[in-house]
Design a protein around this ligand. Structure first.
Ligand SMILES: *Cc1c(COP(=O)(O)O)cnc(C)c1O
Length: 378
């Protein structure tokens, strides 16, 4: 099966009982047993729900792994994955990970004895250097948010294998349409499905795919024990989103290329961050491990005032956190998604006050460029 076919025919199709083409929403918490333990595969919806199961089978197929899991948010998915570790274990993470990931590692999971070190994983030597006796996992986000740095997944997984560590990849920005980390050697891939996978700014969800039966058993145990599961309505909405993921990503990519070219040429724009640019420091790796570069662009307009001016003038770019939706979104990471990262740390990372991030949507690209143009030149 090729990629777009798998998005539509992967997992479980329809409902054999009725012939319904769409998987039904099983809005149910418990299941009748014909005698104690005599159930049909479902006992209680925290443990398993048929609609969620269909989504979990689908994400497993499109990421090319062994088992899939759906959670109530990307953060619930990340937390469950880190709960595979024990108190006293150490994780090496990408330094400009999603702000919420930084926060949960540094302010919540640290209290349960999980240690973390944040390094520039786009530099493989930094990963090697950060590995300690008690390191158990390498956690990579690539491309990163908001600077779109790229880590070589295959090489990072090779380092992990050498030290007997898990490789975990947050694949939210690339989506399973452009990048499949398990095929590159990762053990666990996860998504904030709130973004491209849902794609319509109407669901908060997280997805995980693991590459072995052992990890599947362990993660199912954590999922069932801690209970951060996704409900049936939202599971159904994600399956609906996934059907069009391919066409949405192709169209987003085309729009993004044109906007990048416009920004690169614009005198008000000091710097453009986009892995599809040949001048991007990790362009070659991005090209090698993903089939598309995605719809996220960050660019520096020089100052907070210039960023505010642009934000107040744009009509088609909605000022909002999040990304990956049909509507184009605009944000200033320093004061929004990355506000929970201390200012000094932001400065170290290059997340300046004039940095603007856009998530390119599916509007006509001429309108989007015109909108940015009037915003930058007002
Ligand atoms: C949004 C996001 C998350 C968190 O997901 P939620 O669904 O908001 O909990 C994690 N990683 C990345 C890269 C994200 O963009």
């Amino acid at each position: 099966m090729k990629r777009k076919t798998r998005l539509i025919h992967g997992g479980i199709s329809g409902d054999p009982a009725t012939g319904a083409v769409s998987v039904p929403i099983y809005q149910v918490s418990t299941y009748k047993q014909e005698g104690v333990g005599g159930h049909k595969g479902f006992e209680y919806s925290r443990t398993g729900n048929p609609t969620r199961h269909a989504l979990e089978e689908l994400i497993k197929d499109i990421e090319g792994g062994h088992a899939g899991f759906a959670f109530g948010s990307g953060m619930a998915a990340i937390t469950a994955v880190i709960m595979l570790l024990n108190s006293g274990d150490h994780v090496v993470l990408t330094d400009d990970v999603y702000g919420g990931t930084y926060r949960v590692m540094n302010k919540v999971l640290n209290r349960f004895g999980i240690e973390s070190t944040f390094v520039d994983t786009s530099n493989l030597k930094e990963i090697e250097k950060a590995i300690k006796e008690n390191t158990k996992a390498i956690y990579i986000e690539t491309p990163t948010n908001p600077l779109l740095k790229i880590t070589d997944i295959r090489e990072a997984a090779n380092i992990a294998k050498k030290h007997d560590l898990l490789t975990i990849v947050d694949n939210t920005f690339s989506t399973p349409y452009w990048q499949n980390p398990i095929e590159l050697g990762a053990d666990i891939v996860l998504h904030s499905a709130t973004k491209y996978i849902g794609g319509h700014s109407d669901v908060v969800a997280g997805l995980v795919v693991v590459n072995s039966e052992k990890l599947a058993e362990d993660l199912h145990f954590v999922q069932n024990s801690t209970g951060g599961v996704l409900g049936p309505q939202d599971s159904w909405l994600l399956m609906r989103g996934i059907k069009t993921l391919g066409v949405r990503m192709e169209e987003t990519e085309a729009n993004t290329k044109e906007i990048v070219a416009f920004l690169e040429d614009h005198p008000q724009v000091k710097k453009v961050y986009y892995p599809g640019l040949e001048t991007h420091p990790n362009h070659d790796i991005a090209k090698k491990q993903a089939t598309g570069f995605g719809g996220m662009i960050s660019f520096d307009v020089g100052s907070e005032a210039a960023a505010d001016e642009l934000l107040s003038k744009v009509k088609y770019f909605t000022l909002a956190e999040s990304l990956g939706a049909v509507e184009s979104l605009i944000s200033v990471p320093a004061r929004m998604t990355h506000a929970s990262i201390p200012k000094e740390r932001r400065a170290e990372l290059g997340i300046t006050d004039g940095l603007v991030r856009i998530s390119v949507g599916l509007e006509d690209v001429e309108d989007l460029i015109e909108d940015l143009k009037q915003g930058l030149e007002s």
